[in-house]
Design a protein around this ligand. Sequence first.
Ligand code: 5GP
Ligand code: ZN
Length: 112
Amino acid sequence: MENCLFCRIANGEIPSAKVYEDDAVLAFRDIAPAAPEHVLIIPKKHYDNVMQLDDDLLLARMFAAAREVAKQLGISESGFRLVINTGKDGGQTVEHLHMHMLGARELGWPPG
Ligand code: 5GP
Ligand code: ZN
């Protein structure tokens, strides 16, 4: 997906503030943080969103990465929120599957 923003971040064409990387998953800081800690966790392989995902083991890899990131950010005890926006009503703006990790402040619930 040569014109996909997150594919270009995953292949290093566009710089990002990386916090975690393995063979399948990359995590980097959101450019417009909605919380003191705001990291995006993406599969390196392109999927538009969870509806297109055909490999649920990849979600397990993303959750494993999320645990590592939470430890690294020091929010594994204080807590955090994981969010996967999907499609128009879900508020998805970048069409490459990604999970938001938000933390380091008390987050309100429910979201607006
Ligand atoms: P969505 O609304 O699709 O769930 O989330 C997309 C996220 O990507 C937004 O929180 C937005 O701030 C972030 N974002 C958009 N463009 C860039 C970029 O070029 N670099 C980084 N690091 N984050 C981006
Ligand atoms: Zn992509």
